[in-house]
Structure formats: C-alpha cells, structure tokens
Design a protein around this ligand. Structure first.
Ligand SMILES: *Cc1c(COP(=O)(O)O)cnc(C)c1O
Length: 318
C-alpha cells in the first residue's frame, strides 16, 4: 500500500525475512536497493546513513527488528533517527521482537510497524497487527496501486472502520484466531509485559552462556551479545558437524524441545533454540542444552553438560 512504481526502497537484510520483504517490494514495482549484512551481525545506523549518501533518492526503508531465523536484533532507535532525517517512510517488521524486547514505534519514528502473535507473545499464528502513521496513510492514499475492496486493504479499514467510528466490522473476523489472541494478551497482561520480556532476555542470555560452557565446539552464532535477539538464540556447530543432524538427535530424545536447524544452507551450521512464550524459561533452556550436549557427545565431541546447566542457573540467579 505504501510502495509501488516510483518508490526507491532501501531493504535491509539481516536474515531470510528481510530477503522476503525485498521480494515483496519488487513484486509491487518498487526499485529495491538491498543492504545485506552477514547474519552473525546486526546492521548499524552508520550503514543506513552511508546508503542514503550513495542513494539520496531512497524514500522507503524496510527493516526487520529481530530475526527469529538468524537470532540477531537491530538498533531500531538509532536507525530511525537516520531515516527520519532523510524523510523516508520507515517500515519495521517486529513480529519476532514483540513480547521479547521493547518495541516503540512512535519513539523510534516507525511509520508502519507490523507484529504477529505467534513468536514471543506465545499466541496464535494467523493474526497480525500494524500501526500506521499519518505519513503512511497519506502515502497510501496517494498510491493508485494500494489495495482496495479487500480484507487486506488498510485504506478500506481506515475509511470504513477508523473514520466510521469503529462501529461495524468490514468483514467477518477470524473467530478462533481472535479468541486465541484475546487469551494470549490476557496472559501477557496478567504477568506484565516487563516480566515477559525479562523472561525472554534471561532465556537468551542463559542459552548463550550455557552453550559456551557446554563446549563441543558449539559457539553463539551471533558474535556480539548486544546483537543477539532475546526471542531466539542461534548456535554454530563446529566444522564437519551437521546442525540438522544434531537437532534431529536432540529432538528424538524430547520432541517438545524448541529446537530447529537453520533454514536452507544454514541447516549445515546453525542450531536455533527458540524462546517463544512459554519456552522462555530456565527449565526449557536446561532441557535444550542437555539434549544438544547428549547429541554432540554421540558424535564423539567432548561436552560438559553439568557446566552448561550451572551457567544457566548462574544467569537465573543473577
Ligand atoms: C516469524 C516471523 C514472521 C512471520 O512469519 P510467518 O510466516 O507468519 O510465520 C515475520 N517476520 C519475522 C522477523 C519473523 O520472525
């Protein structure tokens, strides 16, 4: 709705979701300048600044806040300052960060902030929310290619729902997803968002520290702790050890563990420990590290599961 032919978009790629978003922008006719950084890092405000220097015509910036698929998180506040200075529209995918770390669209100057409930919120897939700034509404209204007469038309929702006084829904809502969303939000409100976010942060820190203590050649995939997302921790397997095999062995011992191998080519070298919602606890982290340790030991690697569990407990006691 806010991009089309005539848009020059800077699309930041810190993982597969950023890649996908660039393809959607291209599909709607925008000119896309991809800014890809290695998946073990985060993008910096400086890199965004330099992109504007090279291409002052950029009028749209898309960024993924945290990438569940690569385990990194980006400094949105600093990037937002640069984007605002150049007057571009700022789109943020906060699907994986919401519930795990602060998401502050207004303070950060985000024009379109999209969230979903299925990651750190521990809620249903299939519902999503978007915040829309006045600037973004104006961009949509001026875009002849913006979707209309559709469930997915934000302009329809604005005209008939928001401007209409929020009295009658445009379309029948997806009942089960709405009920599940309500239950999910009530649970978060009962604990308090700060407590929920602190749980995710502690689970991620414990996984990082525990993996280092475990040994066996396992390392945090995201090099700097400040770039590591609280929603999911990615680990790098040593050369010659297939991450997907380690994960398969670990899951054979307990299929409920929130473990996955990286997608595509990353399946060779990346293990993901997800901390979504109810899985963001010390108990689940302990179980995950113990199972990964056993799987690595079966491969002949030397691991210290006791040390890993102690590292988890130390983080939790802190
Ligand atoms: C999970 C996720 C999404 C949403 O993916 P679905 O296809 O709805 O599961 C979008 N962006 C990011 C960064 C995510 O982690």
């Amino acid at each position: 709705g806010t991009a089309g032919p005539g848009t020059t978009a800077l699309n930041v790629i810190t993982g597969p979701y950023g890649q996908t978003f660039g393809d959607w922008l291209r599909d709607c006719g925008a000119r896309v300048i991809d800014l890809a950084v290695p998946f073990h890092t985060a993008v910096t405000a400086r890199q965004i600044h330099d992109a504007f220097k090279r291409h002052p015509e950029i009028d749209f910036v898309s960024l993924v806040h945290a990438e569940a698929a690569t385990g990194n998180t980006n400094p949105v506040a600093e990037i937002g300052e640069v984007v605002r200075k150049h007057g571009a529209l700022f789109y943020l995918d906060a699907v994986a960060s919401i519930g795990a770390e602060p998401v502050l669209p207004d303070a950060w100057g985000v024009d379109l902030c999209v969230i979903g409930a299925q990651k750190a919120m521990g809620g249903p897939a299939g519902v999503s929310a978007v915040s829309v700034s006045e600037r973004a509404w104006a961009r949509m209204a001026a875009n002849p290619g913006a979707p209309r007469r559709s469930y997915l038309s934000l302009l329809d929702w604005k005209e008939r729902w928001i401007d209409g006084g929020r009295r009658a829904l445009l379309h029948a809502p997806a009942q089960l997803e709405m009920l599940a969303l309500e239950a999910c939000v009530e649970r978060i409100e009962a604990d308090g968002p700060d407590v929920v976010m602190a749980r995710h942060r502690a689970a991620a820190r414990a996984t990082r520290a525990g993996a280092v203590a475990l040994g066996g050649g396992l390392e945090p995939y995201v090099r700097e702790a400040r770039d590591a997302a609280p929603v999911a921790t990615t680990l790098r397997t040593p050369a010659g050890v297939e991450a997907s095999e380690v994960v398969a062995r670990a899951l054979a011992s307990d299929p409920a563990l929130p473990l996955a191998a990286g997608g595509g080519a990353l399946a060779k070298e990346m293990i993901r420990v997800n901390h979504y919602g109810k899985d963001a606890t010390a108990g689940v982290v302990r179980g995950s590290l113990a199972a990964l340790g056993a799987a690595l030991a079966e491969k002949g690697l030397t691991v210290d599961v006791e040390a890993a569990l102690r590292a988890v407990d130390d983080i939790n006691a802190a």
